[in-house]
Design a protein around this ligand. Structure first.
Ligand SMILES: Cc1cc2nc3c(=O)[nH]c(=O)nc-3n(C[C@H](O)[C@H](O)[C@H](O)COP(=O)(O)O)c2cc1C
Length: 255
């Protein structure tokens, strides 16, 4: 059975994972693990399963908030496809890290891919992605998996040991820490409470922007000047379009 898992606060990872899974099999089973209450069970698989696992890239790595959950997976000899979605800066070591995590849980990772999604922090960086061209590539990747049915492990690019988390720098080149920053409610807030239902954490804000992007009146905003400066820096520095890359056992294909 195809079982598709995704953590996706702003929906781009969900869109890629759903496209790939449904292209392989319309009856794929979906698990949205964005909210903490959906990360309580222990996922257990069998050799007959193909697991599609998608996460966004956070600071060049797999989101920390998922580490406990990912560590609980009982792979059971299932085959897996590791997917990361990043906001047009880079995926750094996130894809190899996700591949290693799934492998250490007993999943044979037979394919891996890095796709691009609109940056969580921005209204313009990789705007509208995944777009039609990305979806076409995701479908082609899935069709290829379906027809070749790979069984041997694949190793995507990245460093071991992994590089440390990507840290933005201030105007003096000093690393900045956004740990205590969170989006505030502006005067436009209509107290509908929708943002609270979306939050994927039960503690420190991870800046996933689920509340910012899905507020019906745009009232959830970041006001921290260093955070805004970092967002603008990303928009300026990484405006050039990146393209999806993927790796399947037996052959490497970069598009
Ligand atoms: C805390 C945080 C850190 C991020 N770090 C990176 C990064 O290192 N490189 C990158 O290209 N995009 C980065 N992004 C952007 C997301 O990876 C990208 O927008 C992704 O499409 C979001 O996935 P989602 O729509 O499933 O939430 C980051 C986003 C957040 C919220």
């Amino acid at each position: 059975m195809i079982q598709a898992y995704y953590f996706s606060p702003t929906g781009t990872t969900q869109s890629i994972v759903k496209t790939i899974a449904t292209t392989i099999d319309n009856d794929s089973k979906f698990h949205n693990i964005t909210k903490p209450e959906n990360r309580t069970s222990v996922p257990e698989f069998t050799p007959d399963d193909l697991i599609i696992f998608g996460v966004p890239v956070y600071a060049g790595r797999v989101p920390n908030v998922l580490k406990t959950y990912l560590g609980k997976i009982v792979g059971g000899g299932a085959r897996g496809v590791a997917i990361v979605v990043y906001g047009n800066r880079h995926y750094d070591d996130a894809l190899i890290e996700l591949t290693d995590i799934l492998t250490s849980c007993g999943i044979t990772v037979v394919a891996a891919a890095a796709f691009i999604g609109q940056h969580s922090f921005s209204e313009i960086l990789a705007k509208g992605r995944p777009d039609q061209a990305d979806i076409a590539i995701a479908k082609a990747f899935a069709e290829d998996l379906k027809s070749t049915n790979p069984k041997t492990p694949v190793t995507p690019p990245g460093n071991r040991p992994y590089r440390s988390y990507y840290r933005p720098k201030d105007e003096h080149g000093e690393p900045v820490n956004f740990k205590d920053i969170r989006p505030v409610k502006s005067a436009d807030c209509i107290q509908c409470g929708h943002c609270e239902t979306l939050c994927p954490v039960e503690g420190i804000c991870i800046k996933c922007c689920a509340c910012v992007k899905q507020c019906p009146v745009g009232a959830r905003i970041f006001t921290d000047l260093q955070f805004i400066a970092h967002k603008i820096e990303l928009e300026v520095q990484f405006s050039e379009r990146k393209e999806p890359e993927f790796w399947t056992a037996g052959h490497t294909d970069e598009k």
